[in-house]
Design a binder for this molecule. Structure first.
Ligand code: HEM
Length: 195
């Protein structure tokens, strides 16, 4: 019974953790792109994003990490034999990368607050795909364990995930380009009218 409780809240924990990580880097994108706005909108937006990022990190994302890890320790305490499983060792490797990403997000948040962030909106969009790949791999390992499928279906699903990530990036690029064109046109038109 304890095992099921721990597992249920292990799943709740990582859903919260990932929701936080995905939204956090989206806020970073808006934060960086606020630099393109004229004053006073730029300062107002950047201050607002800074507050939202800190709250999201402290109140949602980091507690999500702690609940996930605490519940995992709970699961392991009910069956220590799990610690000998090779799939768990691989999973722990990917979770370590995920924790590294989580810590790097805190660094980015500080750089953004100090106006020292070198990342562009486009590169942050690409960075935001990293947890998607980790999510897929970790959930696959937790589900299939030592029998991770390597057949055609598995490769097709993996390809589909990569395809979706690339399509989202391309769609965002096209949409931004169209928006820039429209803004340019509107500026030109208002310039002609003023003249
Ligand atoms: C310190 C980090 C973690 C440890 C030590 C850990 C360990 C475990 C263990 C021991 C189980 C039970 C497996 C079994 O009953 O055979 C489990 C289940 C599970 N874990 Fe984790 N986990 C960690 C992080 C994560 C993360 C970050 C995710 C998601 C991205 C995740 C997804 C899952 C899922 C979906 C299950 C349920 C699998 C099933 O139904 O058997 N875990 N985890």
């Amino acid at each position: 019974m304890a095992y099921s409780w721990f597992k249920a809240f292990h799943i709740v924990g990582f859903v919260v953790w990932f929701a936080g990580l995905f939204y956090l880097v989206r806020l970073f994108i808006y934060h960086v792109e606020a630099n393109l706005e004229p004053e006073p909108a730029r300062t107002i937006l950047k201050n607002q994003y800074q507050i939202m990022e800190k709250r999201l990190y402290d109140i949602i994302t980091t507690p999500g990490l702690f609940v996930t890890v605490a519940m995992a320790i709970g699961i392991l305490s009910t069956n220590m034999e799990l610690l000998k499983e090779p799939w768990l060792h691989y999973k722990l490797g990917f979770v370590a990368v995920l924790i590294g990403y989580h810590i790097y997000c805190a660094k980015l948040m500080k750089q953004l607050a100090a106006d020292e962030c070198k990342w562009t909106g486009q590169s942050l969009r690409a960075l935001n795909e990293a947890p998607t790949l980790l999510l897929v791999v970790i959930v696959m390992l937790a589900t299939f364990k030592n029998n991770l499928p390597t057949d055609l279906t598995a490769w097709l699903i993996f390809g589909l995930v990569i395809f979706m990530a690339v399509s989202i990036q391309l769609y965002a690029k096209i949409r931004r380009r169209n928006q820039e064109k429209l803004t340019g046109q509107l500026k030109e038109e208002s310039g002609v009218k003023a003249f």
